[in-house]
Ligand binder design. Structure first.
Ligand code: SF4
Length: 284
């Protein structure tokens, strides 16, 4: 069921300001070359497992960790991917774990499928696999057939595991409401039940050039059952809605005033902990 008061991406506002979201960047390496990638210009580093475990243990013992996201680069390329996801699950049995992946390594994802409560955040920026490959500048991401097979496979695992498909809104690709509908129909056909449409963040010139806004309010109410709009439209324009049983969100760039973003996530990368990507270093 859709919760009308909670943005799918941002979560519940945190009155105490103490809840922690942790993002673990295992590697900057990626087998794709998206022009809008925010990681392209950063060197890779050697993930220090022992140091991570020390910092994780301190965080876990002092704060309620409400979400842990594994990201990259492409996190499944890291040799410790399976071990680290399992370690976090063992130590935080009820926290939501998110895997941000380009979907190039479904076998690796299957290795963690016996765990519970995993959100498989698969980036897929077009329903046409050739155009998708063109956007990723690589044929590494899986085919539509492989994706459909993985979706069916995941349905045989614990019901708390699910795929959340991420589609960037890109000029000339999924950039208007008709394309959004085609994307959602394709998602429905392969059994996807959650989709997010995300505006490009202006990290690169290409991202600035290709950024496009889609007006989801064009959708007729009887076709798309709109269920929530931000209460403070001056700071947040995110929209959650339901499309024929698929939970959908459209996330626009939030400002720091957005009531649904309690804190920037803590980020573990380069063997140190910082507040947000590139933010103040808390521990090194
Ligand atoms: S798949 Fe993700 S990490 Fe890899 S190049 Fe594209 S945006 Fe960057």
């Amino acid at each position: 069921m859709i919760d009308n008061n909670v943005c799918y991406k941002c979560g519940v506002p945190d009155p105490m300001g103490k809840k922690v979201e942790l993002t673990i960047q295992l590697t900057n390496k990626c087998n794709c070359g998206c022009t809008f990638c925010s990681n392209c210009n950063f060197p890779d580093y050697e993930f220090d497992k022992d140091k991570f475990m020390d910092i994780f243990s301190i965080l876990k013992n002092n704060f309620p960790i409400i979400k842990v996201a594994f990201t990259g680069g492409e996190p499944t390329l890291h040799p410790l991917f399976t071990e680290m996801v399992s370690y976090v699950r063992e130590n935080l049995s009820h926290t939501r774990i998110v895997i941000n992946t380009n979907g190039s390594n479904l076998d690796k994802l299957k290795e963690i499928s016996s765990l519970k409560g995993i959100e498989y955040g698969i980036s897929r920026h077009h329903y046409d696999e050739k155009i998708n490959a063109e956007i990723f500048k690589s044929h590494a991401p899986c085919s539509n057939e492989q994706l459909a097979e993985f979706t069916k496979f995941l349905d045989t695992t614990d019901e708390s595991n699910y795929i959340l498909m991420h589609c960037n809104l890109i000029k000339g690709k999924i950039d208007n409401i008709e394309e959004v509908k085609k994307y959602l129909e394709w998602s429905k056909d392969i059994g996807i039940r959650q989709v997010g449409f995300v505006e490009l963040m202006p990290y690169t010139q290409a991202a600035k050039d290709d950024k496009v806004e889609v007006d989801f309010l064009q959708l007729p109410n009887d076709y798309f059952l709109l269920t929530r709009f931000a209460e403070r439209k001056e700071v947040c324009k995110c929209i959650n809605f339901d499309y024929k049983g698929i939970k959908v969100y459209n996330r626009r760039m939030c400002t720091s005033n957005c009531r649904n973003v309690p804190n920037a996530p803590l980020v573990y990368n380069y063997n140190r902990l910082s507040k947000g990507f590139g933010g103040d270093i808390i521990w090194e």
